[in-house]
Design a protein around this ligand. Structure first.
Ligand code: SF4
Length: 351
């Protein structure tokens, strides 16, 4: 009976404001109550209806009969010497996901997961090697923020959110879109579009949809190669959406004024770090308003790739800078606790 109830009751964190308003109206109550409930769910991290003291008792009782408030189990928290914190969360079905909090230059950025595991199979990524279990719900995506925001130290405040944890966000489009709407809403987390970045391997139709639908986030594309041959070796998705088509799609995106696409490029010794690659990159990005993040590969057990020498990384950056591209070398943060890019594993079931 308990399990049946759990399966049937709606998780309020999976609902948009409009859907929550409709649910409240369906209970015969004032629609504006939905706004009050949203503030409780996200701003105050309420985990039960009893906490929502400005709602009438009768409404709270009605809600607890028809709906529920999800939460994640906090299974572990680790801190790296560089200040990065990694959180391991348990989902209701036993899958686990990770989120990483990165303090940097006055900002506090939370990297969240959008799927349990990942089906994209990028060769430089431990998450991809672990396989795919399932998409996260909007509530599970948002719950990572609720949990981490609730565990911040006095004086700390989340400033940015990046969808770069476990999973390919655009392979879980509808739920990610719902979660982004709440992240950006004042009733949710009030993060402006500029402070939310979605990183994708390059699912072209969904990238176009993001812009057509005005989803509140900036776009980062995980590029990692300058030829179709190397890219499809590193990232199998490139066989479906070839490099040339991806770049053409990026070139045609209606970017808001002053906004750029970020291209992420994991530098791997002897694979994609040559001078010829650097020069080719300056050519293939022509005409795209963009910047480049170079990420020297983070060596880890289980993946045979090597990190390039520092002088190679600097030379690669110089070629791009001289061609006029803003190029930042980003050290993967949290390497000591396996919180760096491509090192999130969690534990997944059913894959
Ligand atoms: S890099 Fe991202 S998209 Fe690729 S396998 Fe890893 S988690 Fe998935």
């Amino acid at each position: 009976m308990g399990v049946y109830f759990l399966a049937m009751s709606v998780n309020l964190k999976d609902l948009s404001l409009e859907e929550l308003e409709a649910l409240i109206a369906g209970l015969g109550k004032e629609r504006y109550r939905a706004r009050q409930i949203m503030r409780w769910l996200y701003g105050r991290g309420a985990s039960s209806f009893e906490e929502m003291t400005d709602l009438a008792k009768e409404l709270r009782a009605e809600l607890s009969r028809t709906a529920r408030i999800s939460s994640l189990a906090s299974l572990a928290e680790e801190r790296s010497p560089d200040g990065t914190r990694k959180y391991l969360f348990g989902l209701e079905d036993g899958n686990q996901v990770e989120s990483v909090l990165i303090p940097d230059d006055g900002r506090l950025t939370l990297c969240i997961s959008t799927q349990a595991g990942c089906a994209m199979g990028c060769r430089f990524c431990l998450t991809g090697m672990g396989g795919f279990a399932r998409d996260l719900t909007a509530g599970e995506i948002l719950d990572q923020i609720v949990r981490v925001a609730g565990a911040l130290e006095p004086g700390e405040r989340l400033t940015n959110c990046v969808l770069m944890g476990m999973g390919e966000p655009l392979a879980n489009y509808d739920r990610v879109q719902g979660a982004l709407g709440i992240m950006a809403s004042d009733l949710g987390f009030g993060l402006s579009r500029r402070r939310i970045t979605l990183s994708t391997v390059g699912l072209i139709p969904q990238i176009k949809r993001l812009f057509a639908e005005g989803v509140p986030c900036r776009l980062a594309v995980s590029l990692n190669a300058t030829t179709q041959k190397v890219r499809s070796f590193l990232m199998p998705i490139s066989r479906r959406y070839p490099l040339s088509a991806l770049l053409a799609a990026c070139r045609a995106l209606p970017l808001p004024p002053r906004e750029r696409i970020t291209f992420e490029y994991v530098l791997i010794q002897g694979v994609n770090d040559s001078d010829a690659d650097a020069h080719r990159l300056t050519q293939i990005l022509r005409g795209i308003r963009c910047k480049v993040n170079l990420i020297p590969f983070n060596e880890c057990p289980g993946i045979l790739f090597r990190r390039p020498q520092e002088k190679v990384v600097l030379r690669f950056q110089k070629v791009l800078m001289e061609a006029g591209y803003l190029t930042i070398i980003r050290e993967s943060r949290g390497g000591a606790i396996s919180a760096a890019c491509g090192q999130l594993r969690g534990r997944i079931t059913g894959s």
